[in-house]
Design a protein around this ligand. Structure first.
Ligand code: HEM
Length: 376
């Protein structure tokens, strides 16, 4: 029975998710899945992210075959890269995007009509357009860029050759653009990354490419999922939605609660660098350890009445953006994008209704709506 308890991409997992996670936390806090071990309790996941010496991000299959990405590195190189990148990806640059986010959100909502699939027509479009502007993709290439990068959530139905071709085109596109920026810098993230220097060190070409690509895989689908999950949660809790309509200053807190309750990134891996004993189980050196942010964020040992959506919860901490040295570098951007998206949606249609035929993605790592039909 326990071998089949956790099957995140199976049909129906979404309906059973809360109960499955509870059983895992209570009865199998270190749950073996072949050569992998799943951690679901808040305290265990929290401890693991603060212990990169034992739970390493390096040497994972996900990081192989790509340019170097800091998400798959340990210190000291991780720290050096993160400091370099932070010189370019500054709070000021992020804050400067707010007016554009608002304009694009309004355009998308105005174009949506009285009935719309808000997953495809709104939640998926806003982050990829913002990311293109942030990175500095020229206007004429944005459509191609959007098509190439819109979703990495669902890989079923796409052949391996197709994925490799897509990755190669993204790679070529970044290569050209970085060369152009090297010749003629502009006011965008790519130019700032090229100029970033710490102690005489700069990012190598491979690291530049790797970071641009990481922004796409870490920042697009996740923010799309957050906005989609929030649209459904607010429709399911009309009294709390009405509070946000009356007082939009509550939206940021509501967005944090959305990230906690329906964490867009449900699970991410580490590698055990030595044998680790936990709850009577030995995780052998070299095993993949899956940190289940989604289950940890529903742990009643940490949160009162954890399955309840409560825009006033004000939880002092959660794991929806990870923690420790790999804490999400884009969390402020994601929260701002979602805040502006909800400010605009609630202004446009304060009482939107969900239609019956919504559909989740089947995904081993993401919690996201594929289709979310809404009428205004
Ligand atoms: C709701 C939206 C988002 C969620 C739920 C999310 C979630 C996460 C999580 C859980 C991690 C930790 C990874 C780990 O410890 O292995 C992470 C790291 C990261 N995120 Fe996000 N993220 C979001 C949005 C963004 C955005 C908008 C960007 C960029 C513009 C971004 C860029 C990154 C990067 C670069 C890292 C790696 C940091 C490092 O290795 O030091 N994320 N994110």
């Amino acid at each position: 029975m326990t071998a089949t308890l956790y099957r995140p991409s199976a049909a129906g997992f979404d309906t059973d998710r809360t109960e499955v996670y509870r059983r895992l936390r209570d009865d199998h806090p270190v749950h073996r899945l072949g050569e992998q071990y799943l951690l679901t309790r808040f305290d265990d996941v929290w401890a693991a992210v603060h212990d990169w010496q034992r739970f390493s991000s390096a040497g994972l299959a996900e990081g192989a075959g790509h340019q170097p990405m800091m998400i798959y590195m340990d210190p000291p190189r991780h720290r050096e890269l993160r400091v370099l990148v932070s010189r370019a990806f500054t709070p000021r640059r992020v804050a400067g995007l707010e007016p554009r986010i608002r304009t694009i959100a309004r355009e998308l909502l105005d174009a949506a009509g009285p009935r719309a699939d808000l997953a495809g027509q709104f939640a998926a479009k806003l982050p990829s357009r913002i990311m293109a502007e942030l990175i500095g993709i020229p206007e004429e290439q944005r459509e191609t860029f959007r098509e190439l990068t819109e979703s990495f959530i669902e890989t079923d139905g796409r052949t391996r050759e197709e994925s490799v071709r897509r990755l190669q085109r993204i790679h070529d596109m970044f290569d050209d653009l970085l060369q152009q920026r090297r010749r003629r810098p502009a006011d965008d993230l790519m130019s700032a990354l090229l100029a970033a220097e710490v102690d005489g060190q700069r990012l190598t070409d491979d690291e530049l490419q790797g970071f641009c690509f990481l922004l796409l895989i870490a920042g697009n689908d996740t923010t799309t999922s957050l906005i989609g999950n929030g649209i459904a949660l607010l429709a399911e809790h009309p009294e709390q939605r009405a509070e946000l309509v009356a007082d939009p200053s509550l939206i940021t807190g509501a967005v944090e609660e959305m990230v906690r309750l329906e964490s867009p990134t449900q699970v991410l891996p580490r590698r055990a660098t030595r044998d680790v004993e936990l709850h009577g189980v030995t995780i052998p050196e070299g095993s993949r350890v899956l940190l289940c942010w989604g289950a940890a964020n529903l742990d009643e040992r940490e949160f009162a009445d954890p399955a309840r959506f409560d825009i006033h919860r004000g939880a002092p901490r959660h794991l929806g953006f990870g923690r420790g040295i790999h804490f999400c570098i884009g969390s402020a951007l994601a929260i701002m994008e979602a805040r502006v998206a909800f400010e605009e949606l609630l202004r446009h249609a304060p009482q939107y209704r969900l239609e019956a035929d919504r559909e989740r993605y089947a995904s081993s790592w993401a919690l996201a709506w594929k289709r979310l039909p809404v009428s205004f």
